[in-house]
Design a protein around this ligand. Structure first.
Ligand SMILES: Nc1nc2c(c(=O)[nH]1)N[C@H]1C(S)=C(S)[C@@H](COP(=O)(O)O)O[C@H]1N2
Ligand SMILES: [Mo]
Length: 194
């Protein structure tokens, strides 16, 4: 099978980097060593709101993906390797109501970002707990970050703590501050109107 050439993997206006820049607002959150102060909630338009402990979360089946990631600040990183629980698997725990169409992703410290619910059913959308075979670094989202490779990286919330299922779209932190609601790197949806 012919590999897509590297050039074809870089969206317009992006520059490839080997580094892994760190970008976020606020302080890197710290958790207890046993992660007893970490949980993941699924709530809103669901049959059974759930709060998963770290142990419950880690018992869910995980998978590995290798994906390209694209930041709105114009860096792209190709072939990044992640391991995590498919977001869809976590939704299954709660049972999604038919009214649910959007998700507001909640993360520490006070970060949110919004997605269409359908995004969470993609194979490569993970609640990722490993990068390149190791636990996430604190500054990259330890213990768990969302990975949404097909959208600009601000949608990949670090220190993710919950999914709120909604009947209507609700903008997150950057979306409220003028970033594009859809954030498709191939369409250069960097900034825009909600
Ligand atoms: N919780 C949280 N997640 C976040 C952010 C943030 O401020 N808080 N920033 C986002 C932005 S704007 C980017 S570009 C990526 C950067 O991820 P990285 O630091 O692992 O490269 O994290 C995203 N996830
Ligand atoms: Mo960003």
């Amino acid at each position: 099978m012919a590999e897509t050439s590297v050039r074809d993997r870089v969206p317009p206006g992006q520059v490839v980097t080997e580094k892994f820049p760190v970008l976020h607002t606020g302080q890197v959150p710290r958790y207890r060593d046993d992660l007893s102060d970490w949980s993941f909630r699924v709530f809103g338009q669901v049959e059974r709101p759930v709060t998963l402990t770290w142990d419950q979360f880690r018992r869910l089946p995980a998978r590995e993906v290798v994906v390209d990631i694209h930041c709105v600040t114009r860096w792209s990183k190709l072939g990044t390797r992640w391991r995590g629980v498919p977001a869809a698997r976590v939704l299954e725990e709660a049972g999604v109501k038919p009214e649910a169409r959007f998700v507001l992703v909640h993360a520490d410290p006070d970060y949110t970002t919004n997605l269409p619910l359908a995004d969470l059913y993609r194979d490569d959308v993970l609640l990722a707990f490993e990068f390149d075979g190791r636990p996430l670094a604190p500054e990259h989202g330890y213990p768990v970050r969302l990975l949404v490779p097909h959208r600009y990286f601000w949608k990949s919330a670090k220190w993710v703590r919950g999914f709120e299922l909604l009947p209507q779209d609700r903008p997150g932190y950057w979306e409220e501050r003028g970033y594009h609601n859809e954030a498709d790197p191939w369409k250069e949806q960097r900034y825009g109107f909600f």
